[in-house]
Every structure is written in structure tokens, then in C-alpha cells.
Design a protein around this ligand. Structure first.
Ligand SMILES: [Zn+2]
Ligand SMILES: [Zn+2]
Length: 130
């Protein structure tokens, strides 16, 4: 599998306007993970969780959202959570910062250097209120 680039896509933009939890998709453009502009403004651990989920789609094509996450969770021994309500959209994929670091390392086998550089600032960790 060649390396993937994260790239802004008009369809992602349009879908995000209709549903604020919508940030990314795969399978539209070869070698690309399509995102909205707002994706880059998300806290770091949402970005990593969303990308892990999208990689899960690549590894388990055609499978349900649940199975897609399970693929990643079993491979990396991490947990992908869904945060019910956030200012960035509801039911967003989220990983804790420790799992995020494991996920980040894993992403480097799939994403090109430019995308990895943009994901490197580990700043802006989102912690859900309990
Ligand atoms: Zn697209
Ligand atoms: Zn999905």
C-alpha cells in the first residue's frame, strides 16, 4: 500500500455543512484521505482518532463503523471512543493522549511525510467533561 496524503475535498466540505460531525472519507480519490478545512482545526486527539478510523476503512473495506474501529483497536491495543456532545460535532471519534501517541506512530506507516508533519504538534488535547 502506497502512502496516503491528507487532502481537502469539496464533497467533504459539503457534507460537513450538512452534518458537523463529518470531517473525512476515503475511497474517493486514489492515495488520498479527504478532509474538510475544519479538520485541521480539531484538537489533536480528535484528528488522530478520525484518521485511525479512516485507515480502518482502508484495512476493512466495506465493513461497518463498529468493525472498522475494532480492526484498529485490536491491531494497536487501543480504544476508539465516541464523544456524544462536543462543540466540533456530536459522536466524534476520540482517543486518549496515550493511545493517540500509539496511533500517531501507526499512522506514519500510511501517511506521507507532509501529512505527518502537520500532525506532529501534539498540542490541543481535548478532554471530555465527565
Ligand atoms: Zn473526497
Ligand atoms: Zn466510518
Amino acid at each position: 500500500m502506497g502512502k496516503y496524503a491528507i487532502s481537502i475535498c469539496q464533497i467533504a466540505r459539503d457534507w460537513h455543512k450538512k452534518n458537523s460531525r463529518y470531517y473525512a472519507h476515503v475511497g474517493h480519490k486514489n492515495g488520498k484521505i479527504c478532509v474538510t478545512d475544519q479538520f485541521w482545526k480539531l484538537p489533536w486527539n480528535f484528528k488522530i482518532a478520525i484518521l485511525l478510523h479512516e485507515i480502518g476503512h482502508l484495512l476493512s473495506p466495506g465493513k461497518s463503523e463498529k468493525v472498522v474501529n475494532k480492526t484498529i483497536e485490536e491491531l494497536l491495543d487501543i480504544k476508539i471512543h465516541y464523544i456524544p456532545k462536543t462543540q466540533f460535532g456530536n459522536n466524534l471519534e476520540w482517543v486518549n493522549p496515550e493511545d493517540g501517541k500509539i496511533g500517531y506512530k501507526f499512522l506514519s506507516t500510511f501517511l506521507d511525510q507532509k501529512s505527518m508533519r502537520r500532525l506532529r504538534p501534539f498540542a490541543g488535547i481535548y478532554s471530555p467533561r465527565s
